[in-house]
Design a protein around this ligand. Sequence first.
Ligand code: SF4
Length: 188
Amino acid sequence: MYVERILCPIVTLGPNKRLVLWTKGCTKACKGCISPEMADTGDAKPVAVSEIYRIIENVFKSEGFEGVTISGGDPFEQLPELLELVKMLRRITDDILVYTGFVWDEFSKTLSPETIDDITRNISVLIDGPYIPERNKSGLALRGSDNQNIIFFDAGKKKVYEDYIKNGRTLQNVYMDDKVIVVGILDR
Ligand code: SF4
């Protein structure tokens, strides 16, 4: 699996204390994409899913977190690896939020019933759709633009996410490799 980075603790991409993993690779080229540096896998080497899980599990044991967010890039462009990873992650959390630039209603029509079942049983919440800068509304928590949908595959997560969304957008600065990385949803 192509991975750009893993950060923890993050509190600006979903409720509670979370670990966030950014995948590398996206072919959609949305205008105004927040992470164009993650579009191309370039000369990056894929990492075995078992190794990614081992790293995340170690963070869980040492730091603790309540949820995992997987963004990118587009994680759904590495769907087999993504599903392998989320199945492993269910051992340590039941709150897994995934972003994709695909529109679920259309994309799901291209998938087998078994794959749909795998997705909907293991991913708790999906935020779908491309980023459209003209529809980036200030205060729109968790989503870059209002065409994107928040889909609760786990209906039990709805309340905690709705409470989180009421607080609007928040940003978190993370210092990494002498750079400041801003984590969260930015205004246009
Ligand atoms: S789907 Fe997401 S990562 Fe891909 S180009 Fe659009 S905004 Fe960027």
